[in-house]
Write a protein that binds this ligand. Structure first.
Ligand SMILES: [Zn+2]
Length: 303
């Protein structure tokens, strides 16, 4: 009798522990590829879903490969968001497989095709640095949340509207601040071409030492050509990025010095990733303002 009693308790404990492992939360689980997309989900869904970006802060999305843990997270999600313009080039096959089982959306799907910056038939994926383009991503996230959790439609729609209003205000404020910079200073040189939507939105010329992804090594020829541009245009200032190694900017600086010029490192920009969660730069709006301060102070030589 006693043995049987122990057996029943043990069985109950096993069942309890299995249940807790399989089901961590009753909320829908949303997985995103990168931190900027996760930030939209947090703004629109609040506490109504759990959200996690599989890429940690500071990671280069062009180079990121899925771990076994990422594959498990993606397969266990209720909803997945990714960029959709090959930003996460090395996750392509994993995302393709997962989207057969899990509802998945590319956050660029509502953006007008003719608004993409295209290079060699490939759309530039760094759409987030034009807040007016990023608004379409907010619409996409809100629609998908309503689809998986219609009971909270009003809540998601209200947050969608508020967040869009905030970003449009951010856009207006940024435009006003950037317009104060003299025309001849409005040139932004960074490690890779992540800021072309920013340049188009605010009338700045943008040049990256590497192209719109970080996969290929930069050629000596392109470094030399950029160094010539720096000399010709009298550019004084370059910026590195948190998610890209500094070596391409170091090579450019060395080429400019070899030509008798000088190039100052004017700060580190957040291009393809947010900062660490809980820091001063852990949201889209915060990195946008941080980048703006760094760029303006840098080119005006006021940092
Ligand atoms: Zn990039």
């Amino acid at each position: 009798m006693f043995t049987r009693y122990i057996y029943i308790i043990a069985l109950a404990l096993i069942l309890c522990s299995c249940t807790s492992v399989v089901k961590k939360s009753d909320k829908p689980a949303v997985i995103t590829t990168n931190s900027m997309i996760a930030d939209i989900v947090r703004n629109v869904a609040g506490e109504f879903v759990t959200v996690e970006s599989i890429m940690p802060p500071g990671i280069d999305p062009h180079q990121y490969k899925a771990s076994e843990g990422d594959v498990v997270k993606l397969a266990g999600a209720d909803l997945i968001f990714h960029n959709g313009l090959s930003l996460e080039g090395k996750l392509g096959k994993v995302l393709e497989r997962t989207q057969k089982q899990v509802l998945s959306y590319p956050i660029t799907q509502y953006m007008p095709r003719d608004q993409f910056i295209v290079d060699m038939n490939t759309p530039d994926p760094h759409v987030w640095f034009d807040p007016q383009m990023w608004v379409y991503a907010i619409n996409c996230v809100a629609d998908a949340l309503v689809q998986i959790d219609p009971a909270n439609t009003l809540y998601y729609r209200k947050n969608e509207e508020t967040y869009i209003r905030e970003l449009l205000q951010l856009n207006e404020n940024s435009k006003a601040r950037l317009d104060t910079v003299p025309m001849n200073k409005r040139i932004l040189i960074t490690s890779h071409n992540a800021f072309r939507y920013f340049g188009r939105a605010y009338g700045w010329e943008v040049l990256g030492v590497q192209g719109m992804n970080t996969n290929s090594e930069t050629s000596v020829y392109s470094i030399q050509a950029l160094a010539d541009t720096v000399m010709r245009r009298g550019v004084e200032c370059v910026f590195t990025e948190t998610s890209v190694p500094y070596r391409s900017i170091e090579a450019l600086t060395a080429s400019v010095i070899a030509l008798g010029g000088n190039l100052k490192h004017c700060g580190v920009l957040y291009s393809d990733s947010l900062g660490v969660a809980g820091s001063d730069i852990d949201s889209y709006e915060k990195i946008f303002e941080y980048n703006l301060d760094t760029i303006i102070n840098g080119v005006l030589n006021e940092q």
